[in-house]
Design a protein around this ligand. Sequence first.
Ligand code: SIN
Length: 331
Amino acid sequence: MKKAFLSITVAVTLGLASLAAHAEPTVIKFSHVVAENTPKGLMANKFKDLVAADPALKDKVTVEVFPNSQLFDDDKVMEAMLLGDVQLAAPSLSKFQKYNPQLLIYDLPFLFNNMAAVDKFQQSEDGQKLLTSMEDKGYIGLGYLHNGMKQLSANKPLKTPEDAKGLKFRIQSSDVLAAQFEQVGGVPVKKPFSEVFTLMQTKAIDGSENPWSNIYSKKFHEVQSDITESDHGVLDYMVITSAEFWNGLDEDVRAALKKDMDEAVAYGNEMSTKKDAEDKQAIIDSKRSAVYTLTAEERQKWVDVMKPVWDKFKDTIGADLIDKALKANEG
Ligand code: SIN
């Protein structure tokens, strides 16, 4: 009897050991909506490569990347994450209003002078606090990723705010962006990124706003006759994961993944500067769309018309936070 019990114990132990040895690696699905040759696309692929080469994660984790809205659209990805259907995403900061309206700060027109100021605010204590501000909703921000400053596009030159009057502009799901276009008498239309090209092609919308890399990689310049270099706002990302998934990982795995993510984000940020300049030039060279850069005087008119949006959202975002973001423009 004792011998039989011993054999069963040995068999169970060996079985468990062999199961552990053959445990399937954790699969991390990284879903995003842009092309691979963009800051976000390049960052996601870099992360996948870093994880694959990381001895600390060997046989433990594999990353699968799904670009171009193959898996989920912007708005669906957040729900999918809570259901465990996807583990990583990097939505634009304009898509978090439902989860923390303070993040609308990044949409205020003409708030940041340039990407250096955006970066300075993101790295500040307040910027970092926003990364962990959605934990109660089930999301953890692992870092910010840059894309770049937004430019306006339409089928006519947009030099003055009056030029935008009556035009339908596709926007992301942010009320600040809606208010921004209402300020110039435009009609904002909230639509997912995956639909923008067709909406432009069929003239269901007249215009839009996006950084150079999104315009170029999605060929928006082929279906819009004019692009105005306005740098009127920023389009950046937050890399997010589900709190349940992240906190459920072994500590060593989590630490290794965070290290690889930091490296991938640094690479993506480096690429954002490069792609911004390269893709702007590629659009100009293509001659498919006329690129016009606002003079300082022209730009000031857009500032004057759009800036009242700050006031409309100062209670939602917090006047203090807006002041702190403005300080990032100094120095
Ligand atoms: C993205 O860059 O992820 C999409 C931006 C947009 O929806 O315009």
